[in-house]
Design a protein around this ligand. Structure first.
Ligand code: 13P
Length: 256
């Protein structure tokens, strides 16, 4: 399906947003080189937006390197709590002080490896909004869930928890559809597989009064498959893991 005007009432042309998720990668020296390349080489074509989500200790470095540029930055997680005796946690207010625009919440690695439930993810999304930032809420099914025909029910349940917690505030989020079987595996959802889920997510968001929320696709997006994915009517950009660690590849995706 071609890009352009969307099929849902109230949804017009949207910018494409491409966000890098560095995950637990980086180091001061390599970050300097990567951030400098992004800053110097990103020509910010009309209708394209770019951001990087970095590990907490590097937020100051992203801020120093990207302030005054067209590239935004953010965190990969945040506490659902505001402040207090929560050893090891980082609040939305703290990351806001480093100029973040975004915080990823509910990435499948956090759901699977750190036991984050739908309720926790929804509370984190609410905390991010309360901190004045935009949560990038990840949803996605595992391979057994897809094989069992449960993709729709899984992603809808994950989205429903966030809609339930945020109410009208849901219009302040970005959603990322990341099929777990496509993350870091080199196995990308076909544009049609992704489009089908994006359409479903958009229709529920429109029903909740959030027709303009962007829905990004994530999972083994590379420069050579980004164009076909981003051409789909309901795919509003990408959340990029491995390929966001190389400036050339990441920028090629963002231009695709
Ligand atoms: P990859 O692009 O490395 O598959 O990771 C996707 C992802 O998890 C982004 O959040």
């Amino acid at each position: 399906m071609a890009g352009g005007a969307r099929s849902f009432p109230g949804r017009g042309m949207r910018d494409k947003l491409v966000v890098g998720n560095w995950k637990m990668n980086g180091g001061l020296k390599q970050n300097d080189a990567l951030l400098a390349s992004l800053r110097s080489d990103w020509d910010a074509p009309a209708g394209r937006r770019l951001a990087v989500c970095v590990p907490f200790p590097y937020l100051w470095q992203a801020q120093a390197a990207l302030s005054g540029s067209t590239i935004a930055w953010g965190a990969q997680n945040v506490s659902e709590r505001a402040a207090g005796a929560f050893t090891g946690e980082v609040s939305a207010a703290m990351i806001a002080e480093f100029g973040c625009r975004y915080a990823i919440v509910g990435h499948s690695e956090r759901r699977t490896l750190y036991g984050e439930t739908d309720a926790v993810v929804a509370a984190k999304a609410a905390a991010v909004i309360a901190g004045g930032l935009t949560p990038i809420v990840c949803v996605g099914e595992t391979l057994p869930e897809r094989d069992a025909g449960a993709t729709e029910s899984v992603v809808m349940q994950q989205l429903e928890a966030v809609i339930g917690a945020l109410g009208a505030g849901v219009s302040a989020i970005v959603v990322a559809y990341e099929p777990v079987w496509a993350i870091g595996t080199g196995r990308t959802a076909t544009p049609q597989q992704a489009q089908d889920v994006h359409r479903l997510l958009h229709s529920r968001l429109a029903e909740a009064g959030a027709a303009d929320v962007l829905v990004l696709y994530g999972g083994s997006v590379k420069a050579d498959n980004a164009k076909a994915l981003f051409a789909c009517a309901d795919i509003d950009g990408g959340l990029i893991g491995g390929a966001s660690l190389k400036a050339d590849e990441f920028l090629a995706i963002a231009r695709a």
